[in-house]
Ligand binder design. Structure first.
Ligand SMILES: Nc1ncnc2c1ncn2[C@@H]1O[C@H](COP(=O)(O)OP(=O)(O)OP(=O)(O)O)[C@@H](O)[C@H]1O
Ligand SMILES: Nc1ccn([C@@H]2O[C@H](COP(=O)(O)O)[C@@H](O)[C@H]2O)c(=O)n1
Length: 211
């Protein structure tokens, strides 16, 4: 069974995806890491993020095995990912890899922005995980502070909230595979749910889609 999970930044979709994958014994792909990988390489090599040709060449040669490490999880990498993800040729270069991952025998769990709409539109189980921007910023703030990315606390929360608003607007407003709710997705608003409650609601939705 393919489980497709989409949603905006820091909504908790990755946490739910990992838990569902462990529960059902399925492989999991965090597709945001692909775009973060391209963005990170562009930053590290000093290429302008709007250079579509270079970003596409990097996407074509991306090795999924290299997509680990803290450097991919920074605010800077998230922002760069969102810029390169708006280039249609970059998305095209990453399409086959994601579709092949989804098509594995037995199924897979993928999370991102366009899984239920573009990568696996026929997935039997689709979730759109969301939460208010303020709650998502609080979650991301706690996560980044835990990783040591902290300046002045109040200013840092405001900066994280601004990042989230900017990324939401760019991801939803782009012309290529924008972040939208697939018509057949179940919307799970986790604003007032803890991780265990959110996972239980997601599991119930997937179990119901399997029947
Ligand atoms: N329901 C929840 N309640 C509180 N914290 C949560 C909840 N779900 C996830 N978190 C925490 O919020 C942070 C962001 O979660 P997660 O990485 O799963 O979000 P995401 O949507 O996958 O983010 P991204 O868009 O960056 O991939 C993590 O630190 C996670 O532990
Ligand atoms: N399927 C996807 C996944 C991600 N993106 C873009 O990458 C950025 C980073 O993603 P995270 O999930 O790690 O936050 C995100 O803001 C999107 O721009 C995408 O376009 N499609």
């Amino acid at each position: 069974m393919i489980i497709a999970i989409d949603g905006p930044a820091a909504s908790g979709k990755g946490t739910i995806a990992r838990r569902l994958a462990a529960h059902f014994g399925l492989p999991h792909l965090d597709t945001g890491l692909l775009y973060r990988g391209v963005g990170r390489i562009m930053l590290d090599r000093g290429f302008p993020l709007d250079n579509v040709e270079i970003a596409t060449a990097i996407a074509e040669n991306l090795d999924i095995a290299d997509l680990a490490g803290e450097a991919l999880r920074t605010r800077e990498a998230g922002e760069a990912a969102s810029v390169v993800a708006a280039h249609a040729p970059v998305r095209q270069a990453l399409l086959d890899l994601q579709r092949a991952f989804a098509a594995q025998t037995g199924g897979a769990v993928l999370d991102g922005r366009d899984i239920g709409t573009v990568i696996a539109p026929d997935a039997p189980a689709k979730l759109f995980v969301t939460a208010s921007p303020e709650e998502r910023a609080r979650r991301r703030f706690r996560e980044l502070v835990g990783r040591g990315e902290l300046a002045d606390e109040e200013a840092f929360y405001a900066a994280v909230l601004a990042d989230i608003a900017k990324r939401d607007a760019r991801d939803s407003g782009r012309s290529s595979a924008p972040l939208i709710i697939a018509p057949d997705a179940l919307v799970l608003d986790t604003t007032t749910l803890g991780i265990e409650e959110a996972f239980a609601a997601a599991l119930a939705a997937v179990e119901s889609a399997r029947r």
